[in-house]
Design a protein around this ligand. Structure first.
Ligand code: ATP
Length: 258
C-alpha cells in the first residue's frame, strides 16, 4: 500500500540550515541553538537526543514551525517557514505536519473517533474517500476500534497516546514531530507507542522526528542525532539502546565532548 502524499524531490521531509535561536537579550540571552544544520529524510524515523538544556525541544519547535529562528532557515519539504505569513504557516502546520506531545493533548469532550479526525475535519478533508480509508486503516493499526466512541478520560494513558498518534498521522502529513511521546507512559505502553511510530515509518512510508531523553526510545529510530550546547555533535545510524547510552555518558557533566 502506498500512502505517501507529499515528499520532495530531494527526499527531505524537513531540515534546518545554520539554525540559531536566541531567547531573551543582553546579559540574560540564551543561545539555545548555535548554528545547527540537520536534515530529516523522508520515510525515516529520526530521534533527537542530548543532555537537558541542549536545545532538543527548541530544534523541534523551530523545525516544525511552532517557533521562529533568530537566524538561519527551517524547511518543511521545499517550503521555507520563515517566508510564510502567519496564515500560511498555520495552514502548513495543519496540512503538512503532525504532532504528538508528552501530554497527549486530546480534546476531552470529543470521542476517540472525533479526536482522530479533528485535523482533517478542520481542514475540510473528511469527504475524501481516500482519507476515510486511511483513517479507517489507522484505527486498526493503533488498535482502537473498540474504543472509538469513548471519551479520552475513559482510556488509559497508553490508549490516549495511541489516539494522539492516530490523530498525528490522520492527515497524512509530510512529517510527524513527537516531543517525549513516552514521557508520561509506563514502559509497556511506551513500547507500544514507539512500535506504532516505527511501523508508521517502515510500513506506511511516514516520517517521524522524535525528541527523547530515553536511549530505549531512541533505539526505535533509524538514526539518532545528538545535540550538546545548542550544536549538532554526532549522528548514529541503526542505534541500539546500549550504544546510545554509551554516547550519552560522554556528555555527563561536561556538555559537548571535545
Ligand atoms: N522560552 C524560553 N526562554 C528562555 N530560555 C529558554 C526558553 N526555552 C528554552 N530556553 C533555554 O534554551 C536552552 C535549550 O532549551 P530546550 O528546552 O530546547 O532544551 P532541551 O534539550 O529540550 O531540554 P530538556 O531535555 O530539559 O527538555 C535551555 O538553556 C533553556 O533554558
Amino acid at each position: 500500500m502506498s500512502t505517501t502524499t507529499v515528499t520532495t524531490s530531494t527526499g527531505t521531509a524537513a531540515r534546518v540550515a545554520d539554525a540559531v535561536k536566541v531567547y531573551g537579550s543582553g546579559d540574560t540571552a540564551v543561545r539555545a541553538l548555535d548554528g545547527v544544520s540537520v536534515t530529516f529524510p523522508a520515510g525515516r524515523f529520526t530521534a533527537i537526543m542530548g543532555p537537558s538544556g541542549s536545545g532538543k525541544s527548541t530544534l523541534m519547535h523551530c523545525a516544525a514551525g511552532l517557533d521562529t529562528l533568530t537566524s538561519g532557515a527551517a524547511f518543511i519539504g521545499d517550503t521555507e517557514l520563515g517566508r510564510l505569513d502567519d496564515r500560511r504557516l498555520t495552514l502548513l502546520r495543519r496540512d503538512r505536519v503532525g504532532f504528538v506531545f508528552q501530554a497527549f493533548n486530546l480534546v476531552p469532550t470529543l470521542t476517540v473517533a472525533e479526536n482522530i479526525t479533528l485535523p482533517m475535519d478542520l481542514a475540510g478533508r473528511r469527504a475524501d474517500a481516500a482519507s476515510a480509508e486511511w483513517t479507517d486503516a489507522l484505527v486498526d493499526i493503533v488498535g482502537l476500534r473498540d474504543r472509538l466512541h469513548h471519551l479520552p478520560a475513559e482510556l488509559s494513558g497508553g490508549q490516549q497516546q495511541r489516539v494522539a498518534v492516530a490523530r498525528a498521522f490522520a492527515g497524512r502529513p509530510d512529517v510527524v514531530f513527537a516531543d517525549e511521546p513516552t514521557g508520561n507512559l509506563d514502559s509497556r505502553s511506551g513500547e507500544e507507542v514507539l512500535g506504532l511510530l516505527g511501523r508508521a515509518v517502515r510500513r506506511m512510508d511516514r516520517t517521524v522526528v522524535m525528541v527523547t531523553h530515553d536511549p530505549v526510545a531512541a533505539a526505535h529510530a533509524d538514526e539518532v542525532v545528538f545535540l550538546a550546547d545548542g550544536r549538532l555533535v554526532d549522528r548514529m545510524e541503526s542505534p541500539t539502546a546500549e550504544r546510545v547510552l554509551d554516547r550519552m555518558k560522554a556528555f555527563d557533566g561536561k556538555g559537548a565532548p571535545s
